[in-house]
Design a protein around this ligand. Structure first.
Ligand code: ADP
Length: 226
């Protein structure tokens, strides 16, 4: 039988470091990442039909419709099924989405999901999201932080290290939208964890209120053991 595909499901509060950890995994461990947030923002920038439908939900911190987001992810997955290492960052976010993914995993047979849960206190992520800046170039979307000691400051103020585009504050990183996103995360968290427990997915919990290199080191240690 062919080698199984490792599918990391990154799960945690907005601002817990899922995107930054994904970037480290793609750079150093050859993972292919799908960020549903980035995918949605690309659609909005392109003004595609999907982009027009989801624009308001995203800006105000609400969730995109379950069936729409699930079909976007499964389409990406079908195109990338040959990859041996995959990260889903920001999906599933609801038990309905998890169910859609689970049906796909069961059909595909050789997918090996691992739930990677980043745990962190809410007040810490509120500060982090307020200090977050994102590259305005939609095909880059690199993430920085203006917080002292974050290790994620841009080299030149206001400018992306990778593509030199201007850095912006995402609309959904403004206070009202942050509150909405945290509320929605909490509303779906337990049902999602219950679903995973019922489906028997293995789970790795990582304390996320640490420098991201340490979080990455713990993840790497775990991945070599499985
Ligand atoms: P964060 O994890 O920091 O909240 P993301 O970039 O992952 O930010 O997501 C931004 C927004 O994209 C979400 O607030 C939501 O509107 C939309 N989105 C992303 N993933 C999903 C999903 N799985 N289901 C519904 N909406 C989603």
């Amino acid at each position: 039988m062919s080698e199984a595909t490792s599918v990391l499901l990154f799960f945690g509060l907005p601002g817990s470091g899922k995107g930054t950890l994904s970037a480290l995994c793609t750079q150093h461990l050859s993972y292919e990442q799908l960020s549903t947030g980035n995918l949605c923002r690309e659609h909005i920038a392109k003004r595609s039909e999907i982009g027009k439908q989801i624009d308001f939900a995203i800006q105000s911190g609400k969730l995109v419709d379950d069936s729409l987001i699930t079909s976007m992810v499964l389409e990406w997955f079908t195109q990338n099924i040959a990859q041996k290492r995959v990260i889903l960052d920001g999906f599933p976010r609801t038990a309905i989405q998890a169910q859609g993914l689970d049906e796909f995993v069961k059909k595909a047979q050789n997918l090996k999901p691992l739930l990677v849960q980043l745990t962190i206190a809410e007040d810490v992520v509120v500060d982090r999201l307020g200090a977050r800046r994102t590259c305005s170039n939609r095909s880059c979307q690199a993430v920085y932080s203006l917080a002292e000691g974050s290790g994620l400051m841009p080299l030149v103020a206001g400018q992306c290290d990778t593509c030199s585009s201007a850095l912006i504050t995402r609309r959904d990183d403004e206070t009202a939208a942050i509150k909405e996103r945290l509320k929605l995360y909490r509303a779906h968290e337990q049902a999602l964890l219950d679903f995973y427990a019922g489906a028997g997915y293995p789970k790795l919990q990582l304390e996320a209120n640490r420098p991201i290199e340490q979080v990455f080191e713990d993840l790497k240690q775990h991945l070599v053991k499985i």
